[in-house]
Design a protein around this ligand. Sequence first.
Ligand SMILES: [Zn+2]
Length: 320
Amino acid sequence: MGHKPINRRQLLGALGGSVTVSQPAAAGLEKGHKHRQILNQSDTTDSDETEYNTVVIFRNDDPAPWTDIEVLSGVNEVFINNEIPFTQGIVPYDKNEDEGINLEHEVCEYLNSVAEDNPELVENALHGYTHVRETDFFWGSEFGGLTYDQQNQKITNSLQQFDECFDQTPTTFIPPFNTYDEATVQVLAEKGFRLVSGGFYFQRDYFGKEMVWEDNGIIHLPANLAMEDSETQEVKKIDSLEQEYDKNSEEYSLNVIMLHYNRYSEEADKQVLEGMIQHALEDNSKFMTLGGFAEQIENGALKRTEDGWRVKETHSTKSS
Ligand SMILES: [Zn+2]
């Protein structure tokens, strides 16, 4: 147990070093890692590894006890028909109705059937407990600004409710409103989470880190592309989404694409999602879930290179 986080820290220290180049401390680390990267490269010339420009992750937030299953399944089918993996950020408890997802709940039944039919594609992640704004931390938060004990209680409740539906413990946490604080991270680490995915700008402003980094055994990997306009909530135009995608590919070799399923009841909006997927397929991209990212970093199957990623293919999954 004890050596695992150290391995991950070594890998991600270098990973973060190549992204946050401004820090002098990280620069030394990066040098050391580059050396190791070169060694790795020569070790594995003709192995089962593949080079990719960009890792692409779709993060579909907000499936909850109040979800309209028809709308959600319409969005999920876009992913499934294209064989694209996706992470669903699930809110396990409805505070208004005092009702949680459990085996008798139709939303739970639907979520389980999608995961059973597409085990290679679907990750069910935890998206808070009630999704109710509890504090004015940043632009609002369900967790940030609460005490450690309060957050610990909330996450304990969340896990219990999540388990009632999925009979499993999630390893990815997506904080509602994309905001969380040091205490959240501490609780997540203690509960065995591997990855937290907030917002790009929030993370930069609060933690002073851009894109992926690791601390306390937890990988932080924020969404850096929002499918919907933050003010109007409307799905953006495909042209501007493609531009944002290209910029992220260029700068970070990462596109963590956040969407909210409930904005896609119209066919035209689903077409934009379809367009985003097709655009990513034209890039030399590797699709995965947030949990898959953490797992592959941890077991050494995913490595940062000078201008992209090297992925050890474990089985035939879809890539462009
Ligand atoms: Zn949400």
